[in-house]
Write a protein that binds this ligand. Sequence first.
Ligand code: ATP
Length: 426
Amino acid sequence: MTETIDDEPRSNNYSFSGIGNGELVSKSDEDFSKYLLDRMKQLESRNNLLKEQYDQMESDKRYIESQKLKYERETHRLQSEIERLKSPPLVVASVVDIFDDDKALIRSSTGPQFLVNVSQDFEDDDLLVPGARVGLNQQTLAVVDIIPESDEPLITAMEVIDSQEVDYSQVGGLDQQIREISESVELPITKPEAFKRIGITPPKGVLLFGPPGTGKTLLAKAVAHRTNATFIRVVGSELVQKYIGDGAKLVRDIFEMARKKAPAIIFIDELDAIAATRLGDTNGADREVQRTLMQLLAEMDGFDNRGDVRIIAATNRPDVLDPAIVRPGRFDRIIEIPLPDQDGRETIFLIHMDMLNIGSDVDVKKLASLTEGASGADIGAIVMEAGMLAVRNDSDHIGMSDLLDAVTKVMVPKENNLDHSENMFW
Ligand SMILES: Nc1ncnc2c1ncn2[C@@H]1O[C@H](COP(=O)(O)OP(=O)(O)OP(=O)(O)O)[C@@H](O)[C@H]1O
């Protein structure tokens, strides 16, 4: 790379024949300085190029260093996430009392009380007060975390919808049931004075029972829409399965939230999961269900019939319900939601076809007579399936043949299932 420039002029390169000696020297000097200038220019541009490359490499280096830092941070975060995921679950408890020497009396969610240590590096000392909910180490039961009071567990345990879009007109074949539910849930919210005037107390809770997919949830949503009430839906089985040890507290929180968001309708689906009759010996899980039910009964007993929080429950298994739940003052209005009859099925077909492009050959009466034993949900599925067939056939409307194919597709597996399920309630 190093270039040496000789002091001696290079006569070989710079001599020209036929020119005098003095002339030759000055010509050579001139050429040589030209050569030097060119060379300098070359070197300068090479130098600039190298400088540019150097700058580029410097900035690449800085970029790589910052990337390295970023990945190190990410690795660190992922490592602590792995540690966090591998750490054993904490036991939930509530604080009964706090003592000076870093000890606390706590009540575990399953009942018994323990005197336990409070972890030394526990930061939220101010929040550690009687009544606070805390997380305990599984083995030592030491208090290691505090559970913030928030609606978070509720958000996953229940569905809260401020305004419902479902109208009574979307519920087919249940005119009698709509009348009954509107008297017992809607009127106490919209016309409480009518009840006061006459002196009767409206029913506290309404129990809807019937086979799956017959419109129990739909009906409850329609009442919420009619009364402009917040619709709070909880599923019995989720209350006791997802939140072992927390079911009773959740029931309390649900009623609390309903009072805050009133007028509100609490819809408890699968009531049987928390209100089935208890048989003989009880294990831990049964006791949990029992505590949840007790809390539900206590909440129902404790609130005002004339208030603007109403409770609707639904079950497919009324036969297994604990008699305590249907006593007067609790779910004292029981409404059967049966499978739709011929007229009901016709109406439900029409409701589900309402917004669709239906061919003129479609005979709803015939469809209704071919679907005896179908629920509203089955009819919804038939119409949806027919729509899919029409799309698949690139048709611009749903024809009778699509609907007939869909009836076969939805009804045949259902009939096969029914053959194998004679022991089921429905
Ligand atoms: N009577 C009905 N009229 C119109 N559509 C209905 C009717 N019953 C059911 N459906 C349709 O079926 C869907 C499911 O019904 P829904 O969830 O109300 O049944 P459910 O009785 O609460 O069932 P489950 O007991 O399984 O909870 C509804 O969203 C609706 O599309």
